[in-house]
Design a protein around this ligand. Sequence first.
Ligand code: FBP
Length: 548
Amino acid sequence: MKKSALQLARASYQPKLPQVLRSAVKIEEGALTQSAADQEAIKELFPNTYGMPMLKFVPADKVESKPLNVGVILSGGQAPGGHNVISGLFDGLKMLNPASRLYGFLMGPDGLVKHNYRELTAEVVDEYRNTGGFDMIGSGRTKLETKEQFDKGLEILKKLEINALVIIGGDDSNTNACVLAEYYASINAGVQVIGCPKTIDGDLKNEMIETSFGFDTACKVYAEVVGNIERDCDSARKYYHFIKLMGRSASHIALEVALQVQPNICIISEEVEAKKQSLDEVVTDIANVVVKRAENGCNYGIVLIPEGLIEFIPEIKSLISELNDFLAHNAAEFAAVEEANQRQYIIDHLSEANAKVYASLPEGVARQLSLDRDPHGNVQVSLIETEKLLSEMVGNKLDEWKAAGKYNGKFAAQHHFFGYEGRCAAPSNYDADYCYSLGYAASLLIAAGKTGYMPSIRHTTRPAEEWLAGGIPVTMMMNMERRHGQMKPVIKKALVELDGAPFKAFAAKREAWASETEYVFPGPIQYYGPREVCDQPTMTLRYELGDL
Ligand code: FBP
């Protein structure tokens, strides 16, 4: 396959490991752990893997291991650095014993259940070092959660004489990895399970897991393009750009990009929810900024919108929930209504409050809400074009204000949605190093016979040599949550904290960014050059670790 000049150069980049992992290590056990909440319930569900100690790698004289056979799975959405987790794991296993072997299960957890795999030899792994994407073995969203799946998986793990399985995924996949670890321990299957924190969304983090991999690179890609749009915007001075950014429920990506590019407006879903804002209030806030800027002669600007916003607006949540129920029970009758009358039909059948909200929505969005449903009959919220919804409603409000003599500017909008553009970028140096270290640490946890753990690499805003490495029990991150009507043990999702340093830093500046034009242009990810240009972690992390 033809390779670009950067690909060729990047193939020989040697990711930086923490100093402690550059020679032989042993494990030092720390304090015993507890789950994040609901300790009794979680302890009962995980009798074999609950309460295990934190682990820290410390220097040792030498390290020896029998040959290890290990399987690896990439689960869920792509995130830059996945291939480096695998190459770190591969190099760690070969360092431990050159006769060790690594197998990749294909297209996500499905590969384990359906016994689709390939051996990852040096030749395969070398092709993918420091590259973006998950194409080495593919990924998928099958959930590993039933005993039948676990038993089916065990058949192939036994056949390949696999000692340990590494599951690289987000909060759900790591929750399931932990359930699998517990199950295999309970039946003495002889297979360890290790998780690994992946997701561009940045919502899998806690005291011991500083960040999920991929967040750094994806945010840098989005910040580059948003910065470019800012410059275009400031050159033409005729458009408002409404930019939606991926990230599922959490607004970490939008917040990080905002910190990097200083837009005029960035909405944070968690704040909208905390303030119980209505859609009209969100729209009014944006329109007020447009009016203020127009008074200063600026009929242009940048508005960032997190992907999950709509779910955080209480009145929309309530509308969606009633719509889901109503359409599930009246599907046939609704389908028989002529298209032109469907909107009115819904308005006539909803409760008064929800009918009012539905009627206030622009035609296109109202249609999306009544049509696009997933196989469970729910609205596919991520498909709703929030950027268009907001700009249209802001436009309508400004028209009203103009008629009332309250506004005298011009308003023209452009729309963008950035998500897939960043998920497979070549990992930044930060992600390349962090991921390689995670994979390498995973191999050491396996050699130490650990199960139900995740590698933990910390102090990552410092130079890589100073990073700390260890392991954290996955049960430590769990609490009980209602899922599909039942209480389940799950890893607690990290949303943006309104009393956290990154949000506070943003909140302190946003008024100035709204009325002035203080855009910052981060430019493309740099892989070579001075450290402050190439190895800089996200601002979120630097604020969180007290570095800024
Ligand atoms: P993960 O949680 O699996 O890492 O997914 C990240 C993500 O990119 C979200 O930001 C986005 O909402 C979703 O995946 C899109 O899913 P899909 O790839 O199935 O379109």
